[in-house]
Design a protein around this ligand. Structure first.
Ligand code: URA
Length: 425
């Protein structure tokens, strides 16, 4: 077998055989297939697609490139959630302890932000002392003793995907549905969760801009999970506007703690509860009431134990930004649009995200929103507060907010998009 014949097959719109797929993933992981060859193959896949059999085999080969975790020693069923990434998407933070408080174990392997979407690990690292890197034994211990763990995936899990994802990121080949589906599902299946709920985001702030693409991605991933014995369900959810009223690391932790304290923005609470119900149902936990577990403080108790078990101080003061800039409403009326992509890019430029994998992030940088689409605003009232430690970033961030919001006359009819758009099982 050689890389050139595999590339030619896909370049010429052929089907890759099982043997070709197994060989190319294994040889690439071992360094025998060069980055330039794999990037040519990834581009051919992006342009010409893969059928269900090819995607299933590609995913299995990526799982086989590394270790598989095993949670069978736990006394509770496991449930995990994966979001395809959005702006202000802090849902994992309240969700993991909430589902644990309701009786399932939540092994949540999470990532860092790249580009305009935030990363769960960057958010949690704004809590003084909190550690994302745990050994497999530590992870199992936190999970067993608190019911939930949120941490980075170890190097041994789907190493083929780690290499390939970094390559796709710099070769314009991220946006291929077969490659996204196999990348996400190889890690989740190797992680060993019994059930999985996918939050597939749709809209300007998401990878998938249209409902049709989101449906295709969701049904491909549900099929892969089901074929590997993982009970998998997907919700398609709105990402045309940011979730909640904050985008940025410490700002989002603060909002998540509000949700765990029984408050917080309505859309964040609604999505957290909707995903919790799906996770508990998929894990076979009956008669649990996530809304009650938020109201009675039991989810907050798990959060505090989980943060402390990973070295964090749940009572610590979170970092605040050195500089702020207020964007005011240009006129009085109804805020009819607050664009997720514009807000995400502005938060990123303020220092909440990174341009390259090795860049540091600012814990306190980001954006507070003082109104959501549908709210009435008065000319001159604060619409957004921009936070950063490096004020020279304001100008660059403000450029990405041009055209990112609309205020219409007070009588303009406005219909909010539902938070959950569709369910695919
Ligand atoms: N997240 C992943 O883990 N992989 C992708 O390909 C895209 C998003």
């Amino acid at each position: 077998m050689d890389a050139i014949s595999v590339i030619r097959t896909k370049r010429d719109r052929g089907e890759l055989s099982d043997e070709q797929i197994d060989w190319v993933i294994d040889a690439y992981t071992r360094g025998e297939v060069a980055d330039e060859q794999m990037s040519a193959l990834a581009m051919a896949i992006l342009l010409n697609g893969m059928n269900r059999r090819e995607i299933a085999r590609w995913t299995a080969a990526m799982i086989a490139s590394g270790e598989r975790m095993d949670f069978s020693s736990l006394s509770r069923p496991t449930a995990d959630k994966h979001s395809t990434g959005g702006v202000g998407d802090k849902i994992t933070l309240p969700l993991a302890p909430l589902v644990a408080a309701c009786g399932a174990a939540v092994p949540q392997l999470s990532g860092r932000g790249l580009g305009h979407t935030g990363g769960t690990l960057d958010k949690l690292e704004s809590i003084p002392g909190w550690r994302a890197l745990l050994s497999n034994e530590e992870m199992l211990h936190v999970l067993d003793t608190t019911g939930a763990v949120i941490c980075a995936a170890g190097d041994g899990l789907a190493p083929a995907d780690k290499k390939l994802y970094a390559l796709r990121d710099v070769t314009g080949t991220v946006e291929a549905i077969p490659l996204i589906a196999s990348s996400i599902m190889s890690k989740k299946i190797a992680e060993g969760t019994g059930s999985l709920v996918l939050d597939v985001k749709v809209g300007s702030g998401a990878f998938m801009k249209t409902i049709e693409d989101a449906r295709e991605l969701a049904s491909t991933m549900v099929g892969l999970g089901t074929d590997h014995g993982v009970k998998t369900v997907a919700l398609l959810t709105d990402m045309s506007t940011p979730l909640g009223l904050t985008a940025g690391n410490a700002l989002e932790v603060r909002e998540s703690v509000e949700v765990l304290a029984g408050g917080g923005p309505a859309d964040v609470v609604e999505l957290t509860i909707a995903l919790a119900r799906e996770m508990l149902d998929a894990a076979g936990v009956k008669d649990a009431d996530p809304a009650k577990a938020l109201a009675d403080g039991s989810a907050m108790d798990v959060w505090r134990r989980m943060i402390a078990a990973q070295g964090g101080d749940p009572d610590a003061t979170l970092p605040t930004s050195k500089e702020q800039h207020v964007v005011k409403a240009p006129s009085s009326g109804v805020l009819t649009r607050l664009d997720a992509y514009g807000i995400g890019v502005a938060a990123w430029r303020l220092g909440a995200g990174r341009a390259r994998k090795e860049d540091p992030v600012q814990a306190a940088a980001g954006i507070e929103m003082h109104a959501k689409p549908g709210d009435t605003v008065t000319a001159g009232q604060p619409l957004l507060t921009l936070h950063t430690d490096t004020p020279e970033r304001f100008e660059y961030a403000l450029q990405s907010l041009e055209g990112a919001y609309d205020v219409a006359t007070p009588d303009t009819p406005f219909t909010a998009s539902p938070v959950v758009l569709e369910r695919i099982a």
